[in-house]
Write a protein that binds this ligand. Structure first.
Ligand SMILES: NC(=O)c1ccc[n+]([C@@H]2O[C@H](COP(=O)([O-])OP(=O)(O)OC[C@H]3O[C@@H](n4cnc5c(N)ncnc54)[C@H](OP(=O)(O)O)[C@@H]3O)[C@@H](O)[C@H]2O)c1
Length: 241
């Protein structure tokens, strides 16, 4: 059987690492992309049977172009599944947020996701087959005070998912968002315990999700779900959806 390649951006940590593990379990050769977490990416790579690591800053055009070039040169221009997981959160009320943070969050979350699709979809179009899974957030659908910028970026990603699904359907490329709720990763560890308790009250299941619970859904969209495209799949313990 032909070997299939799954590329996961921000794959060295948190939800991205869980996606790498679940896609590896499903039999993919996994491209673990990282920007700064080299050691974590290497440790993860050492635990997976068939993978490679690839560096690149998704906030820059050059960073994404370099990922494209490595895939083209070293991996025969093949990506069967792209998981756009790299992203940062910004917690600041509108009146105290600064423009540099606004731009950085937009560059990573929005332009990074859009430009990664623009580059990598080329490989899938040639093959007339592929899956693209964008990790957005429940905050793209539910307004959350102090997260105006983050919420805007995630709503943008969900809209991008819907447009790309229509544009790429003719090439048999399925595009979906997975929108996690409150997941136990470094991103949420910073939240003070008292505030965490308040958040739990809004989650019918009464607990945080684990990265693996997102990774499971990504695996399903990568391997099954043949009639699902342009959808936002919520994974949030019942908070929304
Ligand atoms: N945790 C949650 O509750 C939650 C909820 C909803 C959505 N999400 C989304 O899930 C995704 C993963 O987040 P996480 O919770 O797993 O947190 P995380 O561990 O902080 O992961 C963020 C990842 O994004 C990568 N990244 C950040 N800036 C980058 C850049 N300039 N270029 C390339 N990669 C970059 C990081 O790579 P390096 O470390 O290598 O720099 C890191 O692996 C994010 O898109 C986040 O918005 C998380």
């Amino acid at each position: 059987m032909e070997e299939k390649i799954a590329l996961v951006t921000g794959g060295g940590t948190g939800i991205g690492a869980a996606c790498c593990r679940s896609l590896s379990d499903a039999g993919f050769k996994v491209g673990i992309h990282y920007n700064s977490s080299k050691v974590k990416a290497e440790e993860l790579a050492a635990s997976l049977p068939n993978c490679f690591i690839i560096q690149g800053d998704v906030s820059t055009v050059e960073g994404i172009d370099s990922v494209y070039d490595v895939i083209k040169k070293d991996h025969n221009g093949q990506v069967d599944v792209l998981v756009n997981n790299a992203g940062i959160a910004l917690d600041n009320p509108i009146f105290s947020a600064n423009l540099d943070d606004f731009q950085k969050t937009m560059d990573i979350n929005v332009r990074g996701t859009w430009y990664m699709i623009k580059r990598i979809a080329r490989f899938m179009i040639r093959k007339k087959s592929g899956r693209i899974i964008n990790i957005s957030s429940v905050i793209g659908s539910v307004p959350n005070p102090t997260q105006s910028v983050y919420g805007m970026t995630k709503a943008a990603i969900d809209n991008l998912t819907k447009v790309a699904a229509i544009e790429l359907a003719q090439y048999n490329i399925l595009v979906n968002s997975v929108a996690p709720g409150f997941i136990d990763t470094d991103m949420t560890k910073k939240i003070p315990e008292e505030l965490q308790k308040e958040i739990f009250k809004k989650i019918p299941l009464g607990r945080m999700g684990q990265p693996e619970e997102v990774g499971d859904v990504v695996k399903f969209l990568a391997t099954s779900g043949t009639y699902i495209t342009g959808s936002i799949i919520h994974v949030n313990g019942g908070m929304y959806g």
